[in-house]
Design a protein around this ligand. Structure first.
Ligand SMILES: C[S@@+](CC[C@H](N)C(=O)[O-])C[C@H]1O[C@@H](n2cnc3c(N)ncnc32)[C@H](O)[C@@H]1O
Length: 261
């Protein structure tokens, strides 16, 4: 057990979150060492439109302020995806989340880097932002891609697994909230379909740590990077609260019966 704990990939210890720039840190992950990447990268935003929010001093919401300017989004995306392709094992796969506004850059980058698209999933959530003169956005895109169409892992845990997933966002009860947190149930579903116990799951943009939390609960190893120090600390703290008793009884249960983290 102690040996497992000290396992390393390159200079990184597994089951750890590291604070820093993913594009730089990923260069130190050895080639073909990761089983699964699940990530919800930063968005490209219009900086002028968001500037007002930056002056907020007292807030219980941790702002995801490390967004990328629109004109640099493709370049940023290709840069991290090239590394993602290199570090994935031949049997590996990747799930990338994207809103519809940046989808074109994400799709082009995936193709340009050489990934093979297996599915284009839709996550339908509740509580889209109210609009006056257009439809309320209440879905996200999830691109499921692989390196090798014949070798990627896929545990067919449902008889008829459809590509539209209706999963609610979670309510937050704690003091601090992060605005873009994914539901743990959604990430668990991905891990159960596309990884096995003991696999290494990596998220270069871990935010509040959801991918690592789901991995820990399901007996997978994890590695995560995050550039905003407050998020990084938040994710570490969240992970430290997962008790072994919780993920013991979850193991072996069907994902739909599991409790939220
Ligand atoms: C959409 S959020 C991820 C949310 C996460 N899935 C969760 O459930 O909390 C994207 C994250 O990427 C981080 N980020 C942006 N640029 C980064 C970079 N170059 N390296 C590492 N993290 C970065 C942002 O600070 C933000 O926390």
């Amino acid at each position: 057990m102690a040996k497992e704990k000290n396992k390393k990939i390159g200079k990184f210890h597994i089951d750890q979150i590291y604070c820093g720039d993913a594009i730089k840190l990923m260069k130190d992950i050895p080639s073909e060492s990761i089983d699964l990447i699940v990530t919800d990268p930063p968005f490209a935003i219009d900086f002028k439109a968001k500037r007002n929010n930056y002056n907020r001093t007292q807030s219980r919401v941790l702002e995801g302020y490390n967004e990328i300017p629109k004109e640099k989004y493709y370049e940023f995306t290709v840069n991290w995806m090239k590394e993602a392709y290199r570090i994935l094992k031949e049997t590996g796969s990747m799930y990338v989340f994207s809103g519809w506004t940046n989808l074109k850059d994400i799709l082009n980058a995936l193709d340009d880097v050489g990934f093979i698209t297996i599915n284009h999933l839709i996550w339908k959530y509740q509580f889209g932002v109210f609009t006056k003169r257009k439809y309320v956005t209440s879905h996200y895109h999830i691109l499921f891609v692989a390196k090798n169409a014949k070798k990627y892992k896929f545990n067919k845990i449902e008889h008829y697994p459809e590509d539209v997933w209706i999963i609610n966002r979670e309510y937050w009860t704690g003091k601090i909230k992060t605005p873009t947190k994914l539901p743990i149930e959604l990430v668990k579903k991905i891990l159960l379909f596309s990884s096995e116990k003991g696999d290494i799951v990596f998220d270069p943009f871990i935010g509040s740590g959801t991918v690592a939390v789901a991995a820990k609960m399901l007996g997978r190893h994890y590695l995560g990077f995050e550039i905003v120090p407050e998020y990084c600390e938040f994710a570490k703290e969240r992970l430290s609260k997962i008790q072994s008793s919780l993920f013991t009884w979850i193991n072996g249960e069907k994902w739909s019966k599991e409790e939220n983290g």
